[in-house]
Design a protein around this ligand. Sequence first.
Ligand SMILES: NC(=O)c1ccc[n+]([C@@H]2O[C@H](COP(=O)([O-])OP(=O)(O)OC[C@H]3O[C@@H](n4cnc5c(N)ncnc54)[C@H](O)[C@@H]3O)[C@@H](O)[C@H]2O)c1
Length: 414
Amino acid sequence: MGMDRKSVNLAVIGLGGRGTGLMQSLLDMEDVSVVAVCDLYEERVEGALKCIRESGRTLAEAYSDYKMLLAREDIEGVIIATTWVTHAEIAIAAMRAGKYAGIEVGGAASTQECWELVRTSEETGMPCMLLENCCYGRDELAVMNIVKQGLLGELIHGQCGYEHDLREEVAMGIENKHGRFHNYLHRNGELYPIHGLGPISKTFNINRGNRLLMLTSMSSKARGIKQWATNQFGENDTKAKLEFAQGDIVTTMIKCAGGETIQIIHDTTLPRPYSRAGRVQGTKGLWMEDNNSIHIEGRSENHKWESFDSYREAYEHPLWKQYLAQGVRGGHGGMDYLVLRAFIESVRNGTQTPIDVYDTAVWMSITALSEESVALGSMPVAIPDFTKGKWINREPAPVSAYELDAIHEDKYEE
Ligand SMILES: NC(=O)c1ccc[n+]([C@@H]2O[C@H](COP(=O)([O-])OP(=O)(O)OC[C@H]3O[C@@H](n4cnc5c(N)ncnc54)[C@H](O)[C@@H]3O)[C@@H](O)[C@H]2O)c1
C-alpha cells in the first residue's frame, strides 16, 4: 500500500461480533480510516471505541442513530453489519446520503425492500454491495476458474447451503442479544441463502446472461433447538418450552433461465460439522465440497472421485495466487479481507462494485420468496427480474482484480 493512495473514509453500523470483527480488519488497513461507528447498544459502541484506541488509530466518532452518522459529508462508504431486518432500510438511507452501501449477509423479509434497494441505487447512482465473503473463498474461486476453462462442460446443476450448528447461538439469543433468535422464533424459510448462492450465482452467470426464474421451498419440522434447550436446562425451562417456527432443514430448489437447477439447504439447528455443501455439475463432470473431490470424464478414473487438492493448485484463481504470495490475512481463511478490499477499491475508484445492487437484491429476495413458498405448501413462486431484462445483454462488469464475472490474468502481480 503506497502512500500515494488516497485514504478511504468508512463507517461501521452494527457492532455485534461481525461488525466489530470487520472494523478490526479495517483498522489494520493503512489506506482506510474508520471515522464513525454506530450501534443501538452503548456497551458495543464503547467496545468498538476501545478497540480503536488500542489500535493506535484516530478515534472514530460514536453514534446510536445511524441517520446522524449518514448526515456526515466526509463518509464515503458504510459497512452495515446490523441485524437482518434492518439491512435494507439502512442501505437505502446510505445511498440517499450519497454513500457506497456495503451490506453484511442476510436475507430480505419482502421483495419490496429489494426493489427499493434497486431503485435507490439506480436513482442515486450509488452502488450497493452485499459483502458476500464466500464469493472470494479459495475453493469457490478455483471452481469458477475450472468452469470458465470448460473442464466441467455445460453447467446443469448447482448445490449449496449453510450447514452450521448454531443451536447455542440461536437459543441464547436473548441473553447474548443476538439477532438470529427472533427470526428463528417467528419465520420459516431459507433464512441465510447467500454464502452458497452468492458464489454459485457468479459461476452460473446470474444477472449476466442468465437469471433466477422461480423457486420452491420445503421446510421440515423444528426439533433441534427444543432438544438442545431440554438437554441443557431441563424440559421445564422456558427455553425448552418455546415453539420455534423455523424448520430444522429447509430445502429450496431454483430454476434458472438457462435451464440449470440450484438447490440450497439451510441446516443450522441440528448437530453437524460446518459445510457450505457446494456442488457444481456439468456435462463433463462435477466438483463437490463435502469430500473435497472432483470427477471429470476422460481425466478421472471412470466412476471414481479424485481429490480436489491438485486441481486447486493447478487452477488456483489468479487473485488467490497473488494473495497467497503476498500473505493471507483476516478471518474465515482470508476471504473476509478480500471482500472488504473489493468494496474499498470500488469506493476509492468511484466504480461499480463487483457484487452490484442486482446481485444483492436477487440474493436477498430468496429469503422472502422461500418463506412465501413454505407458507403456501411449497408452491412455486416467481423470482423478480430486478435487472428489468438487462440480464439478457448486460454491459460487461468493470474490469478489476476483484471482478467476479470474468477472470483477467493481466490484473495480478506474479
Ligand atoms: N459474512 C460472514 O461470514 C458473517 C459472519 C457473521 C455474521 N454475519 C452477518 O453480519 C451481521 C451481524 O451479525 P452479528 O452476529 O454481529 O449480529 P448481532 O445481532 O450480534 O449484532 C447486530 C448488531 O446490530 C445492531 N443494530 C441493529 N439495528 C441497528 C440500528 N438500527 N442501528 C445501529 N445498530 C443496529 C444491534 O444492536 C447489534 O449490536 C448479520 O447480518 C450476520 O448474518 C456475516
